[in-house]
Ligand binder design. Structure first.
Ligand code: G6P
Length: 476
């Protein structure tokens, strides 16, 4: 087996396989922001990507690949090692711990009178999370060359850096969190030993990266509170058990040129024609999200409803295009949330739709070219998450529409860079969001253009390849 000098580890990999009824495997690109950003970075390079098999299709592909190396089984993937972690362990690690616990903590999503409850069942789930992190550490230890750089991604893999360091003290290890980080008062929901294990797991890295200064400082606060670690906030370092980890802030942005080129393709143009046929010359308020609890889609719809109630002069003159594509449907909360979004949309239609005006078009199926078409046509882009690591939608929109006004949650990481040129909202304030929607619709043309230029500059300041190179450099 070849030894690699740069490795990436993430739960979701650059490719996914689907198993058809006749047993044939088809390969497609993996989904999600992390994957598309990193795929662009590693294209044409020799970086090895270690990821987990997420489905039966993936498992089928792994079993045909020597040592899980998809590239060595003749797939056109670039170097990828996919780990066939036993399904029960994978599901407990991914669904129960990563997505239902760590994601909920860092996005402040719990309905605390009822959840969380850390009981014996959780302890079994936690054990699986350890095993899953251990499987990554082992694979990385096997594949890495002496002194290699290993870039571990996200909340699925908080324990891997420390585990890997034990196996391979020669490696230079980075961890990057694509999510927000919770303040200590909320992080303290986790059992003390689990909180300490997560934090010290990440501190196994030489460099721990975050999307904004706010999330980086929340992490340092947690290290101080739960580990008694020594923090140097000026230098951004955390010293714990004799080792120092540098804390970095790397605000991931978008490759504007590539996005604009993709959005100029014929499939996008034909979606634009279809949308124009549907909405005519009415103004367009657009949102594009995974159907994700933290994205705050229900309050976004409630704000649009209140806006329509307060502004009858806009009836017949505006359409809200809401694209909420499926996500994490193994979790009951997500299925219920999708139903709540659909209910809310139906209520708006029942209340306001007329024979010749559909005030809201909700679509819950993923269609990338159609999303790009919606960006290009947007007059207003609504991005109102409860809390978000960065939110790349807020960055993609202004790149594709020169005159789009951005209504942005102050709790999105992107607000640190885009805030001054957006209409910032408190995501819980439905009335405030309704007001912002109205202000965005009536924002004068010259103001839209001026803000648009600055938004585009900020959105493209740190394209994925620079973001990645900066982190590699920080490990040197
Ligand atoms: C967030 C995470 C990413 C993840 C994405 C999609 O953005 O930070 O790591 O890829 O959600 O989530 P999924 O569970 O579908 O991989």
């Amino acid at each position: 087996m070849r030894a690699h000098s740069v490795l990436i580890a993430s739960n979701r990999g650059p490719v996914a396989f689907t198993l058809s009824e006749n047993g044939a495997l088809t390969m497609r690109r993996g989904g999600g922001g992390l994957v598309s950003g990193l795929s662009e970075v590693v294209r044409d390079t020799d970086v090895l990507w270690v990821c987990a098999a997420l489905s039966d299709g993936d498992r089928g592909a792994v079993r045909q690949a020597p040592g899980g190396r998809l590239d060595e089984a003749g797939n056109d993937t670039g170097p990828v090692r996919m780990l066939d972690i036993p399904p029960p362990i994978f599901h407990r690690a991914y669904n129960a711990v990563a997505n239902s616990t760590l994601w909920f903590v860092n996005h402040l999503l719990y309905n605390t009178p009822i959840a969380p409850q850390f009981d014996t069942r959780f302890r079994r789930e936690w054990e699986s999370y350890r095993e899953y992190n251990g499987a990554f550490a082992l694979a990385l230890a096997e594949e890495a060359a002496h002194d290699a750089k290993v870039m571990v991604q996200d909340y699925h893999l908080t324990l891997t850096p420390a585990m890997l360091r034990v196996e391979r003290p020669d490696l230079r290890i980075a961890h990057f969190s694509h999510t927000p980080w919770a303040p200590p008062e909320y992080f303290s929901l986790l059992p003390d030993d689990v909180a300490a294990e997560v934090l010290s797991g990440i501190l196994g890295a030489d460099h721990a990266g975050f999307l904004t200064a706010r999330w980086a400082s929340a992490f340092m606060d947690c290290c101080e509170t739960f580990l008694g670690a020594r923090i140097d906030r000026g230098d951004r370092t955390v010293t714990y058990e004799g080792r120092t980890t540098r804390i970095g802030v790397h605000a991931l942005g978008v490759n504007g040129e590539a996005l604009r080129a993709r959005a100029a393709e014929p499939d996008v143009e034909s979606h634009m024609t279809a949308i124009r046929d549907l909405v005519g010359d009415r103004k367009l308020i657009v949102r594009i999200d995974r159907t994700e609890l933290s994205k705050n889609i229900v309050r976004g719809l409630a704000a649009y409803r209140e806006f329509l109630g307060r502004h009858p002069e806009w009836h017949g003159k505006v359409v809200h295009l809401a694209f909420a594509y499926p996500s994490r449907h193994d979790l009951p909360e997500y299925r219920e949330y999708t139903a709540a979004v659909q209910r809310c949309a139906k209520e708006i239609e029942d209340e306001y739709a007329t024979d010749d005006w559909d005030p809201l078009i909700l679509n819950v199926h993923d269609d990338y070219p159609r999303s790009l078409a919606a960006y290009r046509l947007a007059d207003v882009l609504l991005v109102n998450p409860i809390r978000d690591g960065m939110n790349l939608v807020a960055k993609e929109g202004p790149i594709l529409s020169e005159r789009c006004a951005l209504v942005l949650s102050r709790e999105a990481g992107a607000a640190a860079e885009l805030g001054p040129d957006s209409l910032l909202v408190n995501p819980f304030d439905v009335s405030g969001t309704a007001t912002a929607l109205h202000e965005a619709l009536i924002l004068p043309e010259d103001e839209r253009i001026k803000r648009g230029v600055r938004l585009r500059e900020a959105a493209t300041a740190m394209p994925p390849h620079r973001w990645f190179e900066d982190q590699l450099a920080a490990l040197s």
